[in-house]
Design a protein around this ligand. Structure first.
Ligand SMILES: [Zn+2]
Length: 277
């Protein structure tokens, strides 16, 4: 275990925001970032991501399965992001933390197979699941990786990173001139603790930022923000809603249906950015 300061502003002062699974989520008194203060060592974190398992008081497995319900949502996002321009033939694309490959499938469909997309995924079970669908997915060390890409996407990766500014900085070497970054994460740091989506999945998630914080970080790293699009929490799909409805009618089952229908906040944020020349 180690104790860390705020990675955005470096402040040491923070206040307890919530506790879960034996970990404390604190809020930076200066910039408002939410982060796990007492966290596993970096080596444990990396091992945990390879295995898709994390230990706290309660051990949980984050591997899951391929969720086809995400594809139409991602196609919608891609139309919003690239609508007018489309994606030109031969663009090279790297999807970091591609999971089971749902976003990669959406990019292939959206570009009618014209984009050369590759994924990197540390979780071996997810890698295999994506490979079974014919997707080009392996796991490689980004720091020593020498290829450069037109687009790098990272969906649901930010909150897992021990040091996002450092990680984002290292991606600059992997972008071609005029290359673009597509970063998806939640815009939830400004929520009062009682309203924050739960569970937090600590310590699988190590921080929760806001639009303001992520934009500040990207600008400090010399990125220019092209667009910010926000959606209701992306993990909503009809299957899942149906499961929640069933839980809501069964006695003694906790349902999150309330969260799905009570004015779903647009907290799922896709930021498109390019390096300033
Ligand atoms: Zn801070």
């Amino acid at each position: 275990m180690k104790i860390v300061n705020c990675y955005n502003c470096g402040a040491q002062k923070n206040s307890l925001y919530a506790e879960e699974n034996g970990f404390s989520l604190v809020k930076c008194d200066v910039c408002g970032l939410l982060f796990v203060e007492n966290r596993p060592d970096d080596s444990e974190i990396s091992q945990a991501h390879k295995q898709g398992k994390h230990s706290g008081i309660q051990e949980f497995n984050m591997t899951g399965t391929f969720d086809g319900g995400k594809i139409p949502q991602y196609l919608h996002v891609l139309r919003d992001l690239f609508g007018g321009e489309g994606l030109c033939e031969g663009k090279t694309w790297l999807d970091i933390g591609c999971g089971h490959g749902e976003f990669m499938v959406a990019v292939q469909q959206y570009s009618s197979g014209k984009v050369l997309i590759k994924g990197t995924e540390p979780n071996v079970y997810k890698q295999k699941s994506a490979q079974k669908r014919g997707l080009n997915v392996t796991y490689f060390d980004l720091e020593s990786h020498e290829e450069k890409y037109d687009v790098i996407s990272m969906l649901n990766v930010y909150s897992h990173l021990p040091d996002p500014p450092n990680f984002l900085n290292s991606l600059k070497n992997l972008l071609k001139p005029d290359g673009e970054l597509i970063l998806e994460t939640g815009d939830t740091a400004d929520f009062p603790a009682k309203d924050h989506p739960r569970p937090f999945y600590l310590p699988d998630h190590l921080s929760f930022a806001s639009e303001k914080i992520v934009i500040e970080i990207l600008k400090r790293l010399n990125f220019e923000i092209l667009t910010v699009n926000k959606y209701p929490f992306m993990q909503i799909n009809l299957d899942r809603i149906a499961r929640e409805v069933i839980k809501a009618i069964l006695p003694r089952r906790k349902s999150r249906i309330r969260h799905y229908f009570k004015g779903i906040p647009h907290t799922d944020m896709f930021i498109r950015a390019t390096l300033k020349t």
